[in-house]
Design a protein around this ligand. Sequence first.
Ligand SMILES: [Zn+2]
Length: 264
Amino acid sequence: MRINLSKTPRSIAIDLNFSGPQPSHFGANAASAVPMQVDGFVGDTRQGGSCNVDVIQMNPHCNGTHTETISHIVDELLPPHQVLEQSLMVAELVTIEPQLATELIASNSYQPPMEADEYLLSVEQLTAVKKSLHKHTKALIIRTLPNNKNKQRRHYNGQNQPPYFSNEAIAWLANETPIEHLLVDLPSIDRLHDKGMLSNHRLFWNLSPGSKQLSESCWQHKTITEMVYVADDIPDGSYLLNLQVPKLNLNAVPSNPTLQPISF
Ligand SMILES: [Zn+2]
């Protein structure tokens, strides 16, 4: 394997602008930053302060690019920085155009049942990716079409529902491939309003429906990264992925995945 270090790594994180347009999911408030104020000190040089010190409020799941662990759906806390002891890994970037539910209903399903006018990524589209995976590939990055730049500032809600994966697609990925880390440009691998079932998250981490406890059979070493944005000029193919996460003890944290070209 050859890594081309002469090329600058490309980030596939969305830059989060605390004082401008941001993406949002599930009706979440925008992330915000305000100057710290304590005992006459103001953390803003433009307001006479000696330096700039912000207090931020954000929701990692809904305000932008984030990496999550099985703790998104169980009681026990396993932060991403503990799961990702090795942040460097071989990743495959693929581009997929979600399909209308009515076109894939024969071999794809979802819990709760999918609606006719929804768009999904199907098991057929994922299995087609298998031929491009190498034996060392541990991460799969999925760019969906269309890939408008406004995806970086989009508000996903009941009127603007993002595509999601069929249960068969995620079950295949989780059970039949070496992929441990899934990165997608959608705000969730599950449907926006899914009656709280999170059926794809459960399949990915091998957690039975309704369970909120870690068990031996769960795949705790896997992570999901949502709301990435992969620019059009980054071609499909193999990369060295650096899935950088801060040491925050949370179930999901803002992350900065970067891609470096590699060849085999
Ligand atoms: Zn999430």
